[in-house]
Design a protein. Structure first.
Length: 426
């Protein structure tokens, strides 16, 4: 192939993947997917009652209102306030959030991987765990977009002296993410870690009468104050209604019709369940507990297939999608090894560490067989995309004769994933 073909082939496939996402928004039924009716009901309550619901009003109404309020505004803007048009508005917000994720990821890629900037976006554009939620009435696509924007800001401001604009931006972005999903709150650790980093960096100290440590502390205080001003009302409302800040639908005091039959299934907390990698090809529907035999297998399978178990009309394709995910996954490991000690990658790796710890804690907290899915690690998706491209760059530079073969093989895997994500009615 000519050099021009190699240059534009990834961008062409990216364009096709974006068109597939847009088509899925148009044709994907709003009620299909995990808890589709519950998320749609949240939007119903806002548009019909003209107020925000409380956790007792429905199965998913314990969530923060950010995504659902945006969907309601979109429905009012487009004149889609009646069902089922209102659900198209919710799906449109998810689709636009998916495109925002790709745009924000491109901004990070330009800084960290300028010559391979297309590859992280292509990874995200065909990642099943991202594509599926971008066509649903579901708050996760918006949360992923805001988490990616936060990564952009953290990378941008990591070595920069605190300014009014930088601290306000960080606080607003994190606050918006928390108002979409409360499990974004632990990403606030990034603001604290950045402040510690700045406080110890002599080369970025500004000259002035105010001590440098005081400037950094004031900047952190400003960003946290903005975060609190944006989100505190939601947690205080939970406290006044239920006596604690965090509530969930598995708590019978919050949602009296909550079912607990999924809890405590045998073997879900054994050492074998945590480390075994078997059974991944069986993981086609999370509503069937016999399809889950290990945590690692479930996470990998829901990352590269479909956490809802409803996307593919041909379930026989699921094992092939698992195989297509092997090369980019191995490149992620190679990329992690390559950038482990590079200072400019430090904020990205911290995002991964924080999200991995909090995501695994959340999976354990939910403790249902429907909870063992990779979407709880959504803030790590952009990190995996960047690491995969870093691995491709590392191997291409270390073994130049492999470069074209690696890129061609990766394009084949991504093309298959993109084609398999064209939703067809079962």
């Amino acid at each position: 192939m000519s050099e021009k073909v190699w240059k534009y082939a990834p961008w062409l496939l990216l364009g096709i993947a974006v068109l597939i996402r847009w088509r899925n928004w148009i044709v994907f039924p709003h009620a299909v997917g995990l808890d589709g009716y519950g998320h749609g009901n949240y939007l119903d309550l806002i548009l019909e009652r003209h107020r925000l619901p409380v956790p007792m009003d429905g199965w998913q109404t314990y969530h923060p209102p950010g995504y659902y309020q945006m969907s309601a505004w979109m429905a009012q803007l487009l004149g889609w306030e009646q069902a089922p048009d209102r659900y198209q508005a919710g799906k449109l917000v998810s689709a636009l959030a998916g495109f925002l994720t790709l745009f924000a990821l491109y901004q990070v890629s330009k800084r960290l991987l300028p010559e391979y900037r297309c590859w992280p976006i292509l990874f995200m554009a065909v990642l099943p765990a991202s594509v599926t939620v971008s066509a649903m009435v579901y708050n996760l696509s918006a949360a992923l977009a805001l988490a990616t924007c936060l990564i952009v800001l953290v990378v941008l401001f990591w070595d920069s002296p605190p300014t009014f604009l930088s601290e306000i931006s960080l606080g607003l972005c994190l606050g918006a993410a928390v108002l979409v999903r409360t499990d974004a709150a632990p990403l606030g650790l990034l603001l604290i870690l950045r402040a510690f980093h700045l406080a110890t960096q002599k080369q970025v100290r500004s000259v002035g009468p105010v001590p440098w440590e005081v400037q950094v502390g004031a900047g952190l205080g400003l960003s946290l104050a903005v975060l609190g001003s944006v989100t505190s009302w939601f947690f205080l409302r939970n406290l006044s209604l239920h006596g604690h800040f965090l509530v969930a639908n598995l708590d019978p005091d919050v949602y009296p019709y909550s079912h607990t039959s999924a809890l405590g299934l045998p073997g879900f907390f054994s050492a074998r369940f945590l480390v075994d990698s078997g059974g991944m090809t069986l993981w086609s529907n999370p509503l069937q507990p016999e399809g889950i035999s290990s945590l690692t297998g479930s996470l990998y399978a829901s990352f590269w297939t479909d956490h809802t178990g409803t996307w593919l009309s041909l379930r026989s394709l699921a094992p092939w999608r698992l195989l297509a995910g092997v090369p980019p996954s191995l490149l992620c490991l190679a990329g992690l090894k390559a950038v482990w000690r590079q200072p400019r990658w430090k904020p990205v790796l911290l995002v991964f560490s924080v999200n991995l710890m909090t995501g695994l804690w959340l999976i354990n907290k939910v403790s249902t067989y429907t909870g063992y899915k990779a979407i709880y690690l959504y803030a790590s998706f952009p990190v995996w995309a960047l690491l995969s491209a870093a691995g491709l760059r590392h191997l291409s530079e270390k073994r130049p004769t492999w470069a074209r073969s690696l890129q061609l093989g990766l394009l084949v895997c991504y093309a298959f994933l993109a084609a398999s994500l064209v939703w067809m009615r079962s």
